[in-house]
Design a protein around this ligand. Structure first.
Ligand code: PGA
Length: 269
């Protein structure tokens, strides 16, 4: 059975003191639930403070994004080695919000403003490769928008995103890649994808990995579900054969909720 991985994506929340407090409430999870990988992904500014709390524990420190170059004139960017340097071992790439795809319409963001969130399949691929070269575990997000789902394009979109993200990767580096199926319309909206459908699309993703790298890689690949995961729906989602964990946004900001989700999986007991 694949080892489940639950990650909390704090997004743009938590000043350093708040992050430290939340991490203190969760740091014991590593020992409490030794059969589950747990990661906390605070914003860049809280990484060091949260990392100090997690040091020596089994809860891993994650970042929410990374740039693909190692150094240079890239104002505002953060290199993989810079993350490693401060104790980060996990990084999210290709989150729909970084791709400029939001589940909840943002009235103050027209197309020009949305272009600020510039991730594409190509840049996600560059980020993923650079992060793996630095030894980081990568959580790579894929998922369709509501319009794509309604047009019947879900499977095509996630397959294209998986192919784009994993292009040119050596199969030997895939053991530290986790894919996250995050239907954009379910993120932060309270609308969870029906369990059966979430499992089905995770199966489509697994199949895409199989076509690219063979069935052994596909079988070993961990695939999370993300999008309004809460304590109330976590057990059902995590029990699905193709779902190997969760990427949790809103509920990861509340210690008791995140802990309940971590403990809800089939291998948590
Ligand atoms: P949510 O976010 O749990 O708040 O829906 C999930 C995510 O975007 O990773």
């Amino acid at each position: 059975m694949r080892r489940q991985i639950i990650a909390g994506n704090w997004k743009m929340h938590m000043l350093t003191d708040e992050g430290r407090e939340l991490a203190e409430a969760l740091v014991g999870l590593g020992a409490e639930v030794p059969n589950v990988d747990v990661a906390l992904c605070p914003p860049y500014t809280a990484l060091t403070a949260v990392g100090a709390v997690l040091a020596g524990s089994k809860v891993r420190l994650g970042a929410q994004d990374v740039f693909w170059k190692e150094k240079g004139a890239y104002t505002g960017q953060v290199a993989p080695s810079m993350l490693v340097d401060i104790g980060v071992s996990v990084v999210i790439v290709g989150h729909s919000e970084s791709r400029g795809r939001f589940g909840v319409p943002e009235p103050d963001m027209d197309d020009v403003v949305l272009a600020h969130f510039g991730d594409s399949d190509r840049t996600v691929n560059l980020k993923l490769k650079a992060a793996r070269r630095a030894g980081l575990t990568v959580i790579c997000c894929v998922g369709e928008t509501l319009a794509e789902r309604e047009a019947g394009d879900t499977d095509r979109v996630v397959t294209r995103q998986v192919e784009g993200a994993l292009a040119g990767l050596d199969a030997s580096t895939l053991d530290e890649v986790v894919l996250a199926y995050e239907p954009v319309w379910a993120i932060g909206t309270g609308k969870t994808c029906q369990t059966v459908e979430a499992d089905r699309v995770c199966g489509v993703i697994r199949q895409a990995v199989g076509v690219l790298f063979g069935s052994d890689c596909a079988e070993a690949m961990r695939i999370q579900y993300g999008g309004s995961v809460k304590p109330a729906n976590a057990a059902e989602l995590l029990a699905c054969p193709n779902i190997d964990g969760a990427l949790v946004g809103g509920a990861s900001l509340v210690a008791a909720d995140f802990a309940a989700i971590v403990k809800a999986g089939p291998t948590a007991a």
